[in-house]
Design a protein around this ligand. Structure first.
Ligand code: GLN
Length: 216
């Protein structure tokens, strides 16, 4: 049994809110470091793909020659957690991909059998905070304080994928947290910190750390 202190989580650090994830992960008792090149994936027990802008990250992943190494990491069985743009990058399908200058649709790393819609809540609200019930975290009776910023939802969830949290919008339940084996994704940002700089909601990262430890 590996002790928690020897485990290291990487946070993809090409674009987005890398620092917040590093902070919450350290507060959860693991070592955490940014990842910008393939060699920095070596020795990691897990990887977080932060929120930001999935099209920019897609471009940078290819520019930094990280596409295949990241795909290999995702398929290696090690824990990977994507929040918001990270959820989009883990999705097998984007329903409304952005097109680049040459008309090519944005790509994802894939691995998670979901189809996401980007900026899905946009018609209602660009950004909002709400309380959501979240299966599988500690004290699940206490809802998670969830911050949504131009967030996607998972519009189709494959049969092998578990929905951990949903938000009800215009009469439909939309999946905003999903898990399939070693892969975890949330539409929202539990890494967002309170005014005191302390993570308002560490329980999603705690779940990810338990997945890193192969406890569940
Ligand atoms: N809308 C962004 C995208 O398409 C995601 C927003 C976020 O990560 N906060 O990548």
């Amino acid at each position: 049994m590996i002790s928690t202190t020897t485990l290291t989580a990487g946070v993809l650090a090409l674009q987005g809110d890398t620092q917040e994830h590093l902070q919450v992960l350290r507060a959860c008792g693991v070592m955490a470091r940014p990842v910008r090149r393939a060699s920095e994936l070596d020795g990691l027990a897990g990887l977080t793909i932060p929120g930001g802008e999935s099209t920019a990250m897609d471009r940078l992943i290819r520019a930094f020659e990280l596409e295949q190494p990241l795909r290999d990491f995702i398929r290696s069985g090690k824990a990977v957690y994507g929040s918001c743009a990270g959820m989009i990058l883990l999705a097998d399908k984007v329903l409304d991909p952005a097109l680049d200058g040459s008309g090519a649709p944005q790509r994802t790393l894939g691995g998670l059998d979901i189809a996401v819609r980007r900026n899905a809540f946009g018609r209602q609200r660009e950004s909002f905070e709400t309380a959501v019930r979240f299966t599988g975290i500690s004290a699940p009776q206490r809802p998670v304080h969830a911050v949504f910023i131009r967030a996607p939802w998972a519009e189709r969830v494959g049969s092998g994928v578990e929905t951990l949290a949903e938000v009800r919008i215009e009469g439909a339940n939309r999946a905003v947290a999903v898990r399939s084996g070693n892969l975890l994704a949330t539409s929202f940002h539990p890494e967002a910190t309170g005014a005191d700089g302390v993570a308002a909601e560490p329980r999603v990262h705690e779940l990810f750390v338990r997945m890193m430890k192969q406890e569940l």
